[in-house]
Design a protein around this ligand. Structure first.
Ligand code: KIV
Length: 266
């Protein structure tokens, strides 16, 4: 696969071709997923749950993230590498810069940060200093203790209006991408149409520009035995992991995934 850049992803949005993104934490899976055509590898702080066995993403450190970014970089064959800034990595502007620099120097092409319009200044300053930013909105797992659980966000009209306004403000501040997690499908489509930057969804319906899943989830692996509504097991019916990864890319590209059963209504 030729090296995927933000320009590539922008042109996929313009052409209406869906973007396939997956979480990835090591060199072997980075090799397999990028060979299968996954365009964005996200080193998600979900590694705290699926690799480290914690019950939330909060214990993950920036050093943990940098270690896995460097591993993914070594196996990657052309995908764009996005790295999560973990819990409290952006508590101050100085920490935001230092932690982003550590992830970019470990091999990330961009960082992802959970939040909303209050991030505008940090995003503008990161973009000016050469760090493209994806903003993770909707269900933001790092604030699970404020949200009162892993719940769909944006169901109330006031909340939906705020999310639409925040997305536009963050694009204007220089965000390069938006990720929407557990947002009603109709609201996610509206936000996707309202901004020029690519919008990736997880539990956000098929009207966004691309999809992401946690690697372990789409391979049918679960430590808890629970599976979220938006997850599909792509290993089922496939001979091997490469088959599952290719089936995922095909499902995203031909828009057979996600189906209506994987989304949420308002
Ligand atoms: O950490 C992660 O894996 C994520 C995805 C759920 C999008 O942020």
């Amino acid at each position: 696969m030729p090296q995927i850049t933000l320009t590539t992803l922008q042109s996929l949005k313009l052409k209406g071709e869906k973007i396939a993104m997956l979480t990835c934490y090591d060199a072997t899976f980075a090799h397999e997923a990028s060979q299968a055509g996954v365009e964005i590898l996200l080193i998600g702080d979900s590694l705290g749950m699926v690799l480290q066995g914690h019950d939330s993403t909060l214990p993950v450190t920036n050093a943990d993230m940098a270690y896995h970014v460097a591993s993914v970089k070594r196996g990657n064959k052309g995908a764009l590498i996005m790295a999560d800034l973990p819990f409290m990595a952006c508590a101050t502007l100085e920490q935001t810069f230092a932690n982003s620099a550590q992830l970019m120097q470990a091999g990330a092409h961009m960082v992802k940060v959970e939040g909303a319009a209050w991030l505008a200044d940090s995003i503008r300053m990161l973009a000016e200093r050469g760090v493209p930013v994806c903003v993770h909105m909707g269900l933001t797992p790092q604030t699970v203790n404020v949200l009162g659980g892993y719940k769909v966000q944006g169901r109330q009209e006031a909340q939906a209006r705020q999310m639409r306004a925040d997305a536009i403000a963050l694009e204007q501040a220089g965000a390069a991408m938006i990720l929407l997690e557990c947002v009603p499908s109709e609201l996610a489509s509206e936000i996707t149409q309202a901004v020029k930057i690519p919008v990736i969804g997880i539990g956000a319906g098929a009207g966004v520009d691309g999809q992401v899943l946690v690697l372990h989830d789409m391979l049918g692996l679960s430590l808890t035995g629970r599976t979220a509504k938006f997850v599909k097991n792509f290993l089922a019916g496939q001979p091997d992991i490469q088959g599952a990864l290719q089936a995922y890319v095909k499902g995203v590209k031909d828009v057979s995934f996600p189906g209506p059963e994987h989304g949420f209504s308002a």
